[in-house]
Design a protein around this ligand. Structure first.
Ligand code: ADP
Length: 268
């Protein structure tokens, strides 16, 4: 984006030329765009859960009702308050990412165990079935545990959220050229081909009615990308609209059983 203006140039009161000034305003333009996206996301995503918290608390305060009904309303209030907390945490993460103050605490760990631990949390009372296929057992990576848990949580909750009618989600791990690859495959709504590439940008969401109905901030994938790339990995999506999506990320392997050291001669 370029801002251009023209200045007439005079010498002894005679105009003899024009000076054209071109200024690259891409950064300003992007900041403006981000601000307006932020305002619309905040106004929608904060107001919806807040009005439901207000509405249900008012109902509870104004009427006597059966305990079962009270419990149902309280559960809704709790869920909506949780949504607000998640949203605020996403905003804070994003702010830390932008200002470069996000701290990483690297430690060697077994990625299969970490992934399995996150899946287990979703299994209890959930709506979806998880298949776990581990072809990289005991492969170690050096990462910030909490951040990778955050990535897994984001990707699994997207897989669940965007596959309301298809209950099976497959998570698999395998090795490929000194990297360990984690894939999360769902059979849900899928993503139109022309929109896949943009979804790792902040606030980007699939532009259709199904996606709008489901709701979200459009920050999750941007946060995942930042975390994975900071740990020398990469992340991507493959998807067929109406068929489902596979989101994958890869991380450098620290050790895996049978993995060869750089200076070790290759066995015939
Ligand atoms: P959010 O889920 O809060 O909207 P994300 O950044 O996590 O934000 O995802 C951005 C968008 O990418 C989603 O709104 C959705 O349109 C699309 N998306 C992400 N994961 C999936 C998936 N597994 N299946 C279909 N669409 C997805």
């Amino acid at each position: 984006h370029v801002d251009m203006y023209a200045i007439p140039v005079f010498r002894r009161e005679t105009r003899f030329g024009t000076l054209f000034v071109h200024r690259d305003i891409t950064r300003e333009y992007e900041l403006d765009l981000m601000k307006s996206e932020l305002v619309s996301t905040v106004s929608h995503e904060l107001r919806t859960p807040l009005s439901s918290v207000l509405g249900f608390t008012e109902l509870l305060l104004s009427k006597t009702m059966k305990p079962e009904k009270q419990l149902k309303y309280l559960e809704t209030i709790h869920r909506e308050a949780q949504r607000l907390t998640d949203l605020i945490n996403d905003f804070l993460d994003l702010q830390r990412m932008e200002s470069g103050t996000q701290q990483y605490c690297q430690q060697p760990l077994n990625l299969s165990e970490l992934v399995m631990g996150v899946i287990d949390q979703y299994k209890v009372g959930g709506t979806h079935n998880f298949l776990f296929e581990d072809e990289a057992s005991n492969a170690e990576v050096e990462v910030d545990r909490d951040k990778i848990v955050q990535v897994m949580t984001n990707l699994l909750s997207n897989a669940i959220k965007f596959s309301p009618g298809a209950s099976e989600i497959k998570v698999s791990l395998h090795n490929e050229a000194e990297r360990i690859i984690v894939q999360i495959q769902d059979h849900g709504l899928g993503i139109p081909k022309n929109q896949i590439g943009q979804l790792f940008q902040k606030f980007r969401r699939v532009d259709n009615s199904a996606s709008k109905r489901i709701g979200g901030t459009g920050l999750g994938l941007a946060i995942c990308k930042e975390i994975i790339e900071k740990q020398k990995g990469s992340i991507g999506i493959e998807s067929e609209e109406g068929e489902g999506s596979t989101v994958w990320f890869s991380l450098p392997v620290l050790h895996s059983p049978g993995s060869r050291h750089e200076d070790e001669p290759m066995k015939p």
